[in-house]
Design a protein around this ligand. Structure first.
Ligand code: NDP
Length: 246
């Protein structure tokens, strides 16, 4: 087993999670890429990660299911030896006005975004307590801070992640485990590609930096929160949003 630090990134097959996985590989971490659906892109991603001279484990599993979350964590440890950093990134949207929202659409978003974050974290914390160190970075959203019409389910899940982050940070600080959240604004990925050009232009006009962010903009902050440079930061929410929310 090598001496590299190990990161587990959930929902890392594409989008922001994929960029986070690549960033950690460049920083010399062995990377466990959790994915839900198998795609050809995954083998390419594994190769790209390994080009940095680090190990990569591809670990299938649905974070919304507690037993699968347990298996994702166990498989990561079997293949890479330990978990130093957990990034809870897996997330979905199912937008719609509350008036028309089904209970199923409300629950699905909560199940993956919030309960999924609990499921994986619950299985990682005992390992981090045992090794007397760890970093957990949860991907929230600025809409969890300020709300957004048409996203009651998503905003509730992302606000929940913020409360979860702060409470856990207080619980485990004495164990040398730091827990923070990153709240991205409007980032160019599949999640936002479904929006029409006029909606995108409207949103851009509300961003002081006048442009969408990139997945790499988010990955850089996640990488900082895993590094020694952030060793006195815990329980915080860092917005990565071009100044959209102040
Ligand atoms: P994408 O839709 O591009 O990617 C989401 C990823 O999560 C996919 O890899 C998806 O896997 C995975 N995923 C979904 N459900 C599960 C599950 N149950 N178990 C495991 N993996 C799952 O989204 P982004 O990259 O844009 O978003 C990543 C995170 O950032 C999310 O938490 C999102 O809420 C958050 N965020 C994004 C913003 C944006 O503007 N893009 C803004 C603010 C926050 P699969 O391929 O199988 O679907």
């Amino acid at each position: 087993m090598g001496d590299n630090r190990v990161v587990l990134v959930t929902g890392a097959g594409r989008g922001i999670g994929k960029e986070i996985a690549l960033k950690f590989a460049k920083n010399n971490y062995d990377v466990s890429v959790n994915y839900r659906s198998k795609t050809d892109e995954l083998d390419e991603l594994k190769k790209e990660i390994e080009k940095n001279g680090v190990k990569c484990a591809l670990v299938q599993g649905d974070v919304a299911n507690f037993e699968e979350a347990e298996r994702i964590v166990n498989e990561t440890v079997e293949k890479l030896g330990k978990i130093d950093v957990l990034v809870n990134n897996a997330g979905i949207t199912k937008d719609g006005l509350l008036m028309r929202m089904s209970k199923d659409d409300f629950e699905k978003v909560l199940d993956i975004n919030l309960i999924g974050t609990f499921n994986v974290t619950r299985n990682v914390i005992p390992l981090m307590i045992k090794q007397k160190s760890g970093r957990i970075i949860n991907i929230s959203s600025v809409v969890g801070v300020v709300g957004n019409a048409g996203q009651t389910n998503y905003s509730a899940s992302k606000a929940g992640i913020i409360g979860f982050t702060k409470s856990l940070a207080k619980e485990v600080a004495s164990r040398n485990i730091l827990v923070n959240a990153v709240a991205p604004g409007f980032i160019a990925t599949d999640m936002t590609s479904v929006l029409s050009d006029s909606v995108k232009e409207n949103i851009n006009n509300q961003i002081p930096l006048r442009k969408m962010g990139t997945a790499e903009d988010v990955a850089k902050v996640v990488s900082f929160l895993a590094s020694e440079d952030s060793s006195y930061i815990t329980g915080q929410v860092i917005n990565v949003d071009g100044g959209m929310v102040m």
